[in-house]
Design a protein around this ligand. Structure first.
Ligand SMILES: [Zn+2]
Length: 71
């Protein structure tokens, strides 16, 4: 996975969410970070999402980060 392909989106979300990732129809990976979290939290969340992407987990149809493991 080439990290340059990863698009990052900053978005206001509930503070219980740190971030999640998804891919579009072309398979381009996106990391969405919560703009309401601290910069440090956003960095950690980014690293965390990167690991999901590197493991290919977001291509698993059962994978749902938004409802998942970001606590
Ligand atoms: Zn996760």
């Amino acid at each position: 996975m080439n990290e340059d392909e990863i698009r990052t989106i900053l978005q206001d979300m509930p503070t219980s969410v740190y971030g999640f990732c998804f891919h579009d129809d072309d398979g381009t990976p996106f990391v969405v970070l919560n703009a309401r979290q601290s910069l440090e939290r956003q960095r950690k969340a980014y690293q965390h999402e990167l690991e999901h992407i590197e493991r290919g987990e977001m291509y698993d149809p059962d994978y749902n980060e938004y409802g998942g493991c970001e606590k």
